[in-house]
Ligand binder design. Structure first.
Ligand code: PLP
Length: 388
C-alpha cells in the first residue's frame, strides 16, 4: 500500500481540524495571547496578520529607512518583504551546512564585502543600479537571527559580534519557538525584539497570524494594527486544514493536484508566499485563541530534518513513486519560492554555500512519525552527499 505524504496541514489530526474550523474566538483571546507573550518574552507584544508583518514592525521600530540589515542568506521571501516594507537594505550573509545559519565567519565576510566600497556616492550609485538591493555600503545597523528549521545559531558568538559592530539583534522565531541556544537561553529572549509567525507549517501553526515582542526601547513610534481582518482571509485560514485533508484523501486517486489548483484559482486557498504583508490588520480572534493554546502546549521538536543530497530531481521522482509527494521543501532557492526569487537580486557569488545548499537540500517535517518516514529515509540514504 502506498503511503501518501502531503505537506498540506498534515500535522492536523481530525480533531484538531474540527476545533480549528469551528473555533469561536473573542476579543479577550487576543488580550490573553498578548499577555502570555509579554510575560514569556518580557516586552510589549503586538499581534499581527502574519509573521512578515510582525517582522516588518520590529524592523520599523529600531531602524531608519536606508539602514543595512544583515539577514540569513537562506530564507523565504516573507523575510525579504519585511525588510522592504521597513525600507531597509538587505545584507545577505552566507550560511554553513551544519545548521543552515550564518556564523561569525560568514558575518565577517559579509561585513568586509560591504565596506569595500569607500565612497558614499559610489555606494549610492551601486544601490540605485541594482534597484536598491545591493548591500554595497549600506551601513549595517542590525541583524536578523533565523535559527533555520529550528537549528539554533551560536548566540554567544553572534552577540559578541553584534556588540562589536553596534548591531541591534532581532530574533525571527518562525522556525524556532521554544528552541534553546547552545548556552541554554531560550530563542526569543536575547535580542531587542522577537517576531513570531503562526503561519502554515511554522512552529506555531494556526494557518496565519503573527506577533512581535518589542523588548528594548525603540526609536520609532509603532502603531498596533487596528483594522479587523478581511473576511476572505479568515475564511481561507479556517478552511485550509479541511481542504488539505480532502486533498490528501484525493491523492489516492491522483486528484489532489487538480483539487488544490482549482482552490488556488478561485482564491479559496492561498500559497503561503502570497499571504500579503499588512501592518493594519489584526490577527483573527479564533487564530489568537488557537495560538495561545499551542504556545502553552508547545513541544520542542525541531521543525524539519534536512539532508543534502545529490540528484535531487531523481530522488524526488523516486520518492513520489513510493507515495511520498513533496509539495515543496525549504528552500529550493536561497530566497524562496522560485517564482519570487528574481525580485530579490540575491548575490549568489557572495553566498556560495546557500546557493549550493538550495540545490541539494531536502527536508521532512518532523510531525510525521518515524514509521511513516521509514521508507523515505531509506530511499534518501542512497542519495546523501558524501561529506555530510
Ligand atoms: C514563514 C516565515 C516568516 C513569516 O511568515 P508569514 O507568517 O508567512 O508571514 C518569517 N521568517 C521566516 C524564516 C519564515 O520561514
Amino acid at each position: 500500500m502506498k503511503h501518501y505524504f502531503l505537506g498540506l496541514a498534515a500535522n492536523y489530526s481530525r480533531r484538531r481540524r474540527l476545533t480549528h474550523t469551528f473555533a469561536v474566538g473573542h476579543e479577550k483571546d487576543r488580550q490573553e495571547l498578548k499577555k502570555f507573550l509579554e510575560k514569556k518574552y518580557d516586552g510589549e507584544a503586538i499581534l499581527t496578520k502574519n509573521g512578515r508583518s510582525a517582522l516588518a514592525l520590529a524592523l520599523k521600530a529600531y531602524f531608519e529607512p536606508g539602514d543595512g540589515i544583515i539577514v540569513n542568506g537562506f530564507t523565504c521571501y516573507a523575510v525579504y518583504e519585511a525588510v522592504k516594507a521597513a525600507e531597509l537594505i538587505p545584507i545577505w550573509a552566507d550560511i554553513n551546512k551544519e545548521n543552515l545559519n550564518f556564523d561569525i565567519n560568514s558575518l565577517g565576510i559579509a561585513l568586509a564585502a560591504m565596506c569595500s566600497t569607500e565612497h558614499e556616492d559610489l555606494a549610492r550609485a551601486a544601490r540605485s543600479v541594482s534597484g536598491g538591493h545591493a548591500a554595497a555600503n549600506a551601513i549595517p545597523k542590525g541583524i536578523v537571527i533565523q535559527n533555520s528549521l529550528g537549528n539554533p545559531v551560536d548566540i554567544g558568538q553572534i552577540e559578541k559580534f553584534a556588540k562589536k559592530h553596534d548591531l541591534v539583534i532581532i530574533e525571527d522565531l518562525a522556525h524556532s519557538v521554544g528552541v534553546k541556544y547552545p548556552d541554554g537561553r531560550e530563542a526569543g529572549t536575547v535580542g531587542a525584539a522577537t517576531a513570531l509567525s503562526f503561519g502554515k507549517d511554522k512552529s506555531i501553526d494556526t494557518i496565519s497570524g503573527g506577533a512581535v515582542i518589542l523588548r528594548h526601547p525603540y526609536k520609532n513610534a509603532i502603531e498596533a494594527p487596528s483594522k479587523v481582518p478581511k473576511i476572505s482571509d479568515t475564511l481561507r485560514a479556517r478552511f485550509y486544514p479541511l481542504f488539505g485533508a480532502i486533498a490528501r484523501g484525493l491523492s489516492y486517486i491522483k486528484l489532489s493536484g487538480p483539487w488544490m489548483r482549482m482552490l488556488i484559482k478561485i482564491h479559496w486557498v492561498e500559497k503561503s508566499a502570497d499571504n500579503k504583508l499588512d501592518l493594519e490588520r489584526k490577527i483573527a480572534k479564533f487564530e489568537a485563541k488557537i495560538a495561545l493554546k499551542q504556545l502553552k502546549e508547545h513541544s520542542k521538536k525541531p521543525l524539519r530534518t534536512f539532508f543534502l543530497v545529490k540528484d535531487r530531481g531523481e530522488l524526488i521522482k523516486k520518492l513520489q513513486k513510493n507515495g511520498y509527494y513533496f509539495g515543496g521543501f525549504w528552500y529550493e532557492k536561497p530566497v524562496s519560492p522560485e517564482r519570487y526569487y528574481k525580485k530579490v537580486h540575491f548575490p549568489e557569488e557572495e553566498c556560495p554555500v546557500a546557493t549550493e545548499v538550495s540545490k541539494k537540500i531536502i527536508n521532512l517535517p518532523t510531525f510525521y512519525s518515524k514509521k511513516d518516514l521509514e521508507k523515505a529515509h531509506k530511499i534518501i540514504e542512497e542519495y546523501l552527499e558524501e561529506d555530510k
